[in-house]
Design a protein around this ligand. Sequence first.
Ligand code: AP5
Length: 252
Amino acid sequence: MPDPARLSVDWRQAVRRSARMILVLLGPPGAGKGTQGARIAVHYDIPTISTGALFRDAVQRGTKLGRTIQKYRIDKGEYVPDEVVVDAVKQRIAEPDCAAGFLVDGFPRTIPQADAFDSMLTEQELSVTGVLDFDAPINDIVGRFSGRRVCPVDGSTYHVTVQPPIVAGLCDICRTPLMIRPDDEDAVVRRRLEVYQEKTAPLREYYHGRGLLREVDASAEPETVFAQVITAIELLRAQSRERSKQQDSQDR
Ligand code: AP5
């Protein structure tokens, strides 16, 4: 008969471990990962790490990472090599604001990146809580790029009709004039969608096979998508707690 006092200590340990929520947002360009990532970050009070935003910021500030990134033409939709991406993420998640959990948007994007992410989490006795797969017909998504506007300072994202800023053309947060992303040009969008299908779409199977994936219908309007996102996250957290409990009882 297991000792009830010991069981409750183990349970608290399992809850603590699974309480550090680590979410992955997966989905093609334009599916709304950035839009929903910003909302999730506020709702759960965790930072969102978008590798695309991290790279654009580094290029703009001319940092060492930015100079490296410039060689790889992300403005043309080409992927940055895995080792550069993995290194940048490893450094970012070691920062103190990630201590209580975080979400990654646009990472991992290849199987080697996913394997490297697993290893860096395992080193800290952590694991991915769950993966949200933003799924929408490509035809629904393509129309979103022509209306997207972004703030060059804080990276916040708008759409001229679906999510317009309060004052047309200006960022709601810092009032900086909004811009069009260079990789939102038609030909580049087509290339980004191709690269996604070839290199990133296989990650759906990768995470599905581990029981970590939940699909979100990203074709609905943002508010409806967010409601689905919260339901999916709560399910993933419950499953993660259950896995932790099972792991702890196996370890005993
Ligand atoms: P990144 O910045 O990650 O771009 P992406 O993955 O192509 O995704 P997007 O930012 O275009 O789309 P999103 O899904 O966030 O949609 P959003 O919310 O903005 O990466 C850029 C580049 O960096 C890559 O191409 C690659 O070169 C490089 N890179 C990054 N990470 C890498 C990695 N790990 N490995 C290698 N290379 C890497 O929404 C789009 C628009 O639609 C907005 O205007 C929004 O307002 C609107 N919208 C949002 N939701 C809805 C909705 N539900 N209905 C209608 N409109 C909506």
